[in-house]
Design a protein. Sequence first.
Lengths: 199, 240
Amino acid sequence: MFSPKFTELVHALRCLPSVGQKSAQRMALHLLERDRLGAEILARVISQSLQVIGRCEQCRIFSETKKCSVCMDSTRNVTQLCIVESPTDWIAIEQSGAYQGLYFLLSGRLSPLDGVGPHEIGIDQLMARLEDSPVEEIIIATSATLEGEATTAYIMEMLKNKHYHITRLAQGIPMGGELEYLDAHTLSLALKSRRTIED
Amino acid sequence: MDAFVLHARPWRDTSLMVDWLTEEFGWITTVQRGVRQIGKKSPPRPMAFHRLTMQLAGRGELKTATQIESVAAPHLLTGQALAVGFYFNELLLRALHRNASLPDLFHAYARSLEQLAQPAVEFGVVIRRFECDLLIELGVGIDWRHTVDSGQTLAAEQMYWIDAQQGILSDHPTGFSASGRVLMAIADHLPLDIAADRRCARDLMHYLLRPHVGTALFHSRALWQAGLPAAPSTLMEKNP
Ligand SMILES: [Zn+2]
């Protein structure tokens, strides 16, 4: 359009999720026209982040130090390990405040039809993490999808006979969910994982 | 029409590209717009291994499935049954061509999923049977009970040769060799007790399917091949 660099900028902005040609153009114009300082800060922070943010060598979450703040926190329960499939799931569980153990981050979930296998999601790194560790309980927190189910099944198979107490997140009725609006799959899962009412 | 979801992959920002196995048109692909929106109330994503009915809407190449409803209670495939289900889907997407009516294969697929959802399933039997059904559908099914060169009924302890084009041969060694015991078990959908026989049956089906599905690895197989301890269970096909 105006200049080759502008076109390049628009194209670069499109790497962001949910940003199409139009939004990218709007963003580029905004940065150039109204917020050049903001643009400079953005550019600097992005390039610095790329330099300093790596992965925690123990749990694989993003970290600026060899070990992340959760793994370094001596108040966390080192006998519990929660396996998640994305950083957003990690954040969601951490923000729930209901968990005090450590994490392990997989790079996604098994999806054979997309060519994503155990190696691609880092199962071997998980096994290495567990070696000589004080972990006793493993909480598998994969998504409630078929791929999440396949991932769970695979991990369970790999951990068979290893004497960990393995649990997974309960699946079923969401808070505020009315039975008649639930799909058959969710409802049958909820029935399957029903529990005894204790008094 | 009756349909199963074979695979769904993200398409554009909020949509899905869905591959279906339908009774009427075989393998078809639709676009489901807006089903991946976060935070908004979006229509549920259709789930694989779940018998559904749907209508095709839209003009032109990219149709959309509408009025998606479940026909029966969903099969909850878990563990190895789920991996085998993925294998069936991978197999179909590699072997089939789009828009060819395959009612028999559709029913064979539905039957196989039902079998996989049973508590004590002989995975090897279910897999070999579905592979045989697929070969028939591809027009290359073979007579599993007789030799083509001499017209004999098979004998359990005799060795035979299987040629992908011709079928089972008693003489003229070409192609793949297997015992009558293995071939008869495949014909009658029976389990094989000896591990070597199970491997032979598996390799034979791969040999017959190879021209139609190619030589690339099946990713779903990796899900039950790596690191499995030698459990005594006969329910598990060790190398399906
Ligand atoms: Zn960490």
